[in-house]
Design a protein. Structure first.
Length: 462
């Protein structure tokens, strides 16, 4: 089983160290189902165009099914001498059905074969990831609906800025993850192109039908240039770019969860099943899942940089460097699928602490902008209103009270335009309700955004 399929050119065997160093089987073995599926389609096509007899094609397909079953049942040994998943499958196939198995590779190369396998695998991973992201969006929508009326101090520069609905904050992540989903949808179109038939780099002399194979495998297009088909890894770079952006979004979310759960904030509590304790401090409840997801973002960004550097120096066409494309790519796919799934499981158990959030919003003069807007509606230019409110905040700070607790006489001393009705705009609920426009934080608008997001997910669901 260890005889080299390309060994006819060589008088001496491969050095054992080189064999171990150049083997990719420990990485690309996960492509076995895609490799066998592609080989079945190739064999059927060869039978239809007359390169193989129908009996030969059927024997190959039947034998490949047995090879797949052996791999599934962990009965096929993987050895460095056979280098990669393609040679393992073909070698075992030949053992099962004899010399007919050696005809499978007619009209193709490992170069177009691996490109096909990787595109098939990537397509499946993207579908899984999109489903996971759609579920995560639904989780956030449910959380938003539950917390529409909960008031959160909205921050800029990590300082209290304006009050927002916690539900509105949740819907911001729905928008982020929707964009991630759209990027992956779009990338999938460029992934879903068949390279098989390009052979090593120049095509083949056999009368192959590439569209037949494309239809069998569900590809929407066929690669137009054989040189590009075998050497193109743009789809890997593009998907990794999308995964890196997704990783950034997950990291930002994780950072907020970590901050909100900390004692200085105390806005939320995460479910016990997604936290851990300390080996020395018995009081600790650590948001380790969020911290690990935050950490994995750097790892995925590194995977993107690795593939960019890998590809930048390669002339056409295929180079063995490309063997290194899969380990980092698989890593990023694995980390993001796991991160999205675990975030989707954790967030339904998130519990908010509305009283703590409210107290922080009140302490931070979150309705100061509402007071400025009030004065503008009274006819005062905005810059003058800004100055009046700044003096009001300074006075309130000196007295250690909120703007809503300032006596009317003191406010009127700052501007005679202020009337008793001002207290309606200084309460947090009034501030939220006043932002009643598309994209605003008013509870009515948040409910409308939730409805639109649900309808959008229903239209786009896989």
């Amino acid at each position: 089983m260890s005889e080299k399929m390309w060994g006819g050119r060589f008088a001496a065997g491969t050095d054992s160290l080189v064999e171990a160093f150049t083997a990719s089987i420990q990485v690309d073995r996960r492509l076995y189902a895609e490799d066998i599926r592609g080989s079945m389609a190739h064999a059927r096509m060869l039978g239809r165009v007359g390169v193989l007899t129908e009996a030969e094609a059927e024997a190959i397909v039947t034998g490949l099914a047995q090879v797949q079953q052996e791999i599934v049942e962990d009965r096929l040994p993987f050895v460095d001498a056979l280098e990669d998943i393609h040679m393992h499958v073909e070698s075992r196939l030949t053992e099962i059905i004899g010399d007919v198995g050696k005809k499978l590779h007619t009209g193709r190369s490992r170069n177009d074969q691996v490109a096909t396998d990787l595109r098939l695998y990537t397509r499946g991973c993207l579908d899984d990831l999109v489903q996971g992201l759609q579920h995560l969006q639904n989780v956030f929508i449910d959380l938003a609906e539950r917390e529409v009326e909960t008031i959160l101090p909205g921050l800029t520069h990590m300082q209290v800025a304006q009050p927002v609905s916690f539900g509105h904050h949740c819907m911001a992540y729905v928008e982020m993850f929707h964009r991630d989903t759209q990027r992956l949808f779009d990338a999938r179109r460029r992934v879903n192109v068949l390279p098989l038939g390009a052979a090593a780099l120049a095509g083949t002399t056999f009368p192959i039908d590439r569209w037949d194979v494309a239809r069998q495998l569900g590809f929407e297009a066929v690669a137009e240039n054989s040189l590009d088909a075998v050497s193109d890894r743009d789809f890997v770079m593009e998907v990794l770019s999308d995964l890196a952006i997704l990783a950034v979004h997950l990291s930002r979310l994780s950072e907020e969860l970590i901050l909100w759960m900390s004692a200085p904030f105390g806005f939320i509590d995460l479910p016990d099943g997604f936290c851990t304790g300390s080996s020395i401090m018995p009081q600790k409840k650590n948001p380790d899942v969020a911290e690990i997801i935050r950490g994995k973002s750097g790892r995925v960004i590194g995977d993107l940089v690795a593939i960019l550097v890998l590809m930048k120096g390669q002339p056409l066409a295929y180079n063995r460097d490309n063997q290194e494309d899969k380990e980092t790519f698989f890593d990023a796919l694995d980390q993001m699928r796991a991160s999205v799934e675990i975030m989707g499981r954790m967030l339904p158990g998130l519990q908010t602490r509305p009283a703590v959030m409210r107290a922080q919003a009140e302490r931070g003069f979150a309705t100061a902008t509402d007071l400025a807007d009030y004065l503008v509606r009274k006819g005062l230019p905005f810059r003058d209103a800004h100055a009046v409110v700044g003096r009001a905040v300074r006075l309130a700070q000196e007295r250690n009270i909120g703007l809503e607790a300032m006596p009317l006489a003191d406010l009127q001393a700052l501007s005679p335009l202020i009337g008793r009705e001002v207290y309606e705009v200084l309460v947090l609920e009034g501030s939220l309700a006043a932002r009643d426009h598309l994209g605003g934080t008013a509870p009515r608008q948040v409910q409308a955004a939730i409805l639109r997001a649900r309808e959008r997910l229903q239209r786009e669901a896989l």
